[in-house]
Design a protein around this ligand. Sequence first.
Ligand SMILES: [Zn+2]
Length: 239
Amino acid sequence: MNAQNAQAGPSTPLRRPAQTIPAPEEMPSGFLKWRSGLAQFTGLGLSEAEKQEREEAKANDTLAKDWDRCEKYKRELMKDSPMVTFMMKHLELAGCPFPADAIQCHPCPEWSAGGFSAEFGVLLCQNRMLSKKHVEDTLAHEMLHAFDHCRFKVDWNNLRHHACSEVRAANLSGDCRWTREVGRGFYTFNKQHQACVKRRAVLSVLANPACAGKEQAEQAVNEVFDSCFKDTRPFDEIY
Ligand SMILES: [Zn+2]
């Protein structure tokens, strides 16, 4: 995910009327209202203090809206998403039940969609969520890490351990548009899918502070790829 959201805003300047603009006291109140509304919208005609206030109000409004949307999606997905409920069930079976507050929405300063921490649980980057589907994919991915942490006592500073969990998370979540029919037992894996899983796993391992660079990340992923790609737990424990 690296689509940049284009800043919305008027692209063409408003055409000025031909006649001279009357002094404010001569203007009809409707016009004044329109003009101040326009100033709020475009930022034109505001003092520095007003501009700053407007930016802060906008930022707070965005924060609140992002958080509401992220929390709403999270709660809906924990109830209705086959993928998320499946992962919750298996986390519980593995001895690590996952309450709603172990999944937290927060704004993220850097480019990232989410994260998993053994201490805090799953992070959803509320300002990076493109859609409900995206939240679902991100949750599935991070819950796979939580599952691995619960079942296999992963040492996240060990790049091979980390790489293995990233391969599984990219493979089994919707990251690479894996066919989502959990429970059917028919999965079609192809070369493109494998390449996608590998590429995403390398990027994630690269973000590990213990990783020295791309070469080391690629090496760790290559070393574990075959066995970890084949390891589809908990999806093969359905029957
Ligand atoms: Zn990951």
